[in-house]
Design a protein around this ligand. Structure first.
Ligand code: OGA
Ligand code: MN
Length: 293
């Protein structure tokens, strides 16, 4: 079956058929996947019964992996690969995380709109999330197109935003959900990093709003003014016409470009049902300030 892209939304997202990810695709197919990402920002690969090794091999074939996961406290990693992010609600023995477990609290941060690893100096490029076990109800993931959101802003607003630099930290997004009392080590590890608020996505050459709940300040603005502006922008960028909701099927692999989209997890009964999702993540080329505006 030849490789095909079928749009799933008026402005972004396509479904990809005609590729079997159990083996690494050839160079031409990989190139077409990169081009598909450039155009659609989010690609859905249905019916891919891959294991961790196959998922990591596919990711590595597309580009350099993000070297480390963000962790709050040292816990034994449930998965075989240190670089693979565990998006599940499961403990190392496969049982559900207790309601007050620090890892569960940490994962709740994914319910806020964000771009992966925007709190790292060099943030994430593509994320590839694979569904192994899904709950009966809920646990969808929503995506928003930050290029379409940028295009829809009035020119006067665009002019005001160009050149602005935002500060991103995991501490800021966690604080939004009421976490406090960060340790000195956490404050150091998650010290805010600067990122452009408006960025150019190479390839498509489109401009994109680089928003994330990890933002806690904008250079040159009083914090309340900056945060009121960021709230307005996130509200603008996540209007329904820019949002695609993915309802998971087992063995879906969904890949998104963190430069061009935001996403968030939706609720489910995570104290009653397992949800096992695993993510491979590519690293962007450089901090956004070192990339062409
Ligand atoms: C992620 C993420 C949301 C979800 O994998 O980076 O935010 O629905 N996932 O699990
Ligand atoms: Mn995420």
């Amino acid at each position: 079956m030849p490789l095909s892209f079928t749009p799933l939304h008026p402005v972004f997202v396509a479904e990809v058929r005609g590729v079997d990810l159990r083996t690494v695709p050839d160079a031409e197919t990989l190139q077409r996947i990169h081009l598909g990402m450039q155009q659609y920002g989010v690609l859905v690969f249905p019916d891919q019964p891959i294991d961790d090794d196959q998922q990591m091999a596919f990711a590595r074939a597309l580009g350099p992996l993000e070297p480390t996961r963000a962790v709050v406290q040292a816990h034994k990693h449930r998965l075989k690969h240190a670089e693979m992010a565990d998006l599940s609600n499961l403990d190392v023995d496969g049982s559900l995380l207790p309601p007050d477990d620090a890892r569960r609290m940490f994962n709740l941060g994914n319910r806020l709109w964000h771009s992966d690893s925007s709190f790292k100096a060099t943030p994430a490029l593509y994320s590839m999330l694979h569904a192994r076990v899904i709950p009966d109800v809920g646990g969808d993931t929503e995506f928003a197109d930050m290029r379409a959101a940028w295009d829809a802003l009035p020119e006067s607003t665009q002019a005001r935003l160009r050149g602005l630099v935002a500060r991103h930290s995991l501490l800021y997004s966690r604080a939004q959900l009421g976490f406090s009392g960060f340790s000195e080590a956490e404050r150091e590890q998650f010290a805010p990093v600067p990122q452009r608020l408006v960025r150019r996505v190479p390839g498509s050459n489109r401009l994109s709003l680089y928003l994330s709940s990890h933002i806690g300040a904008v250079d040159g603005m009083p914090v309340p003014e900056a945060m009121a502006m960021v709230r307005d922008l996130i509200e603008h960028a996540t209007q329904r016409q820019f949002v695609y909701r993915h309802v998971w099927r087992v063995h879906d692999l969904v890949m998104w470009d963190n430069r061009a989209t935001m996403h968030r997890a939706r609720a489910f009964e995570d104290n009653r049902q397992p949800r096992d999702m695993r993510r491979a993540t590519l690293q962007d080329a450089a901090p956004t300030l070192e990339q062409p505006a």
